[in-house]
Design a binder for this molecule. Structure first.
Ligand code: FAD
Ligand code: PYC
Length: 414
């Protein structure tokens, strides 16, 4: 616990609480920041980290209305893969996956990256065609994936029922260097590195307004007062539309609940990640032994961070037919997060209509895997005005018809 007291911007002196778990009640700092990042989730923290590490911009504050990592970053099922179809997506997700390989060393913080392999089952002829197409595209993009047979699926996952009562397993898209990482550790690792660079992570500090001089951003209003900045990066996932509204523009984002659950811990029984998108459920085993399970997103917009009950039943039903042995497991707990969905299921990393205000959102059901690549690109965009990794992901692509369609790769029904 002691370590995190630094995150409460104690260096500004006794005006601030030093316990990171307590609310920051004091007036906002009177200094002007080179950059403010709104949102201390993985993407916001990674953006701040690469602003400092890659571009030398360290006079940075990260403002968080709750606690760091308490949004979707701390609520996801930690699947990491880069088996996307379109070139711009493969580039940013593979950049992220490769950064995960060395993240523990880079941050000197064990994020428990486990490249155990990710498998997306094909259970219809349509899925076979889709995944074979992705495997060919990945070969051209330099992303190591292959389409494997049902027999190979069974070898890799002995507990699976490949003859399924409704949909037999016809093959799978297999990414051997995909896997999982400890989600909280990713947030904490980036946070500690930001703090070590002298950045201020201010929790319990909600941004309530975007301050402008003409069309140029000059700071933010917060529940703790106003704070000045030269550049503003908004990285708030499901609340992106709310922040855009404060700045006077609209985003093509819908916010919906996505939920997950875990079973009681059991002995190791499955050492890969399996996604079954036709019956609709996915599962991996955590280091504690719990089976980590997720399903589809709610079919209506909301901000509840809970999710509707019928999804749990549908997801468990789908997974019981895929892995019959889990029918004997007790489920321990369930939770939800609010994911930010775009129409083409690809993210937005973009300038905005407001000068010096940038937005990173739209990662929807699949942004945990992207955190380091996204932070890398967003930092470059904020520091230099452009980033090759972000070029295609502007918020204006929807008006221009330049969609980056990843509705199959997203892997989760929505
Ligand atoms: P967040 O972690 O949500 O951070 C945004 C932060 O902004 C929050 O902490 C919030 O409190 C803060 N904020 C909001 N408004 C304000 C304000 N006004 N002022 C200050 N702060 C504010 N992705 C994968 O790649 N693999 C998976 O297996 C996977 N599984 C998932 C399972 C579930 C159940 C869920 C919900 C998501 C899953 N995802 C997965 C998606 C992934 O979690 C998200 O895309 C990713 O975590 C988004 O990170 P973020 O930093 O953008 O958002
Ligand atoms: O993007 O791989 C993913 C994912 C799995 C579960 C939720 N998102």
């Amino acid at each position: 616990m002691r370590r995190y007291s630094a995150f409460a911007i104690a260096r500004e002196g006794a005006r601030y609480h030093t316990g990171w778990e307590r609310a920051w009640k004091s007036p906002a700092p009177k200094k002007r920041y080179d950059a403010i990042i709104v949102g201390a989730g993985g993407h916001g923290l990674a953006t701040a980290y690469y602003l400092g590490k890659n571009h030398g911009i360290k006079n940075v504050a990260i403002l968080e209305k709750g606690w760091l990592g308490g949004g979707n970053t701390g609520r996801n099922t930690t699947i990491i893969r880069s088996n996307y179809l379109q070139d711009p997506s493969a580039a940013i997700y593979e950049k992220a996956r490769s950064l995960y390989e060395t993240m523990s060393q880079d941050l000197n913080y064990n994020v428990m990256f486990s490249p155990r392999g990710v498998m997306m089952l094909a259970q219809t002829e349509h899925e076979i065609r889709g995944y074979e197409r992705t495997a060919h595209a990945n070969a051209l993009q330099g992303v190591a994936t292959e389409f494997i047979s049902p027999q190979r699926v069974k070898e890799l996952v002995p507990i699976i029922n490949i003859h399924g009562p409704r949909y037999p397993v016809l093959g799978a898209l297999w990414q051997p260097r995909g896997g999982t990482a400890r989600h909280d550790a990713v947030a904490w690792g980036y946070a500690r590195a930001c703090s070590d660079m002298g950045m201020d992570i201010i929790q319990q500090c909600e941004v309530t307004g975007v301050r402008r001089d003409g069309n140029k951003v000059i700071g933010v209003d917060t529940t703790n007062g106003t704070i000045d900045c030269d550049k503003l990066g908004v990285v708030v996932a499901g609340h992106s539309g709310v922040l855009a509204d404060m700045a006077g523009f609209r985003l093509p984002i819908e916010s919906v609940a996505l939920q997950a659950l875990v079973s009681e811990p059991i002995k190791p029984c499955m050492d890969v990640v399996v996604m079954a998108n036709t019956v609709h459920g996915y599962m991996s085993q955590s280091d504690k032994g719990e089976m980590v399970i997720g399903g589809g997103a709610d079919g209506y917009n909301n901000y509840t961070q809970r999710g509707s009950f019928h999804h749990i039943e549908e997801t468990v039903r789908a997974l019981v037919e895929t892995f019959p042995m889990i029918s004997r497991l007790k489920m321990l707990r369930q939770w939800g997060g609010i994911v930010d969905m775009t129409g083409d299921r690809s993210p937005i990393i973009s300038r905005t209509p407001v000068e010096n205000m940038f937005i990173n959102c739209g990662w929807g059901t699949g942004g945990f895997k992207a955190i380091p690549g996204s932070g890398w690109a967003m930092a470059e965009l904020m520091a230099k005005g452009a980033s090759p990794l972000a070029d295609e992901f502007t918020m204006w692509r929807f008006g221009e018809g330049k969609f980056i369609d990843e509705s199959v790769a997203a892997g989760v029904a929505h």
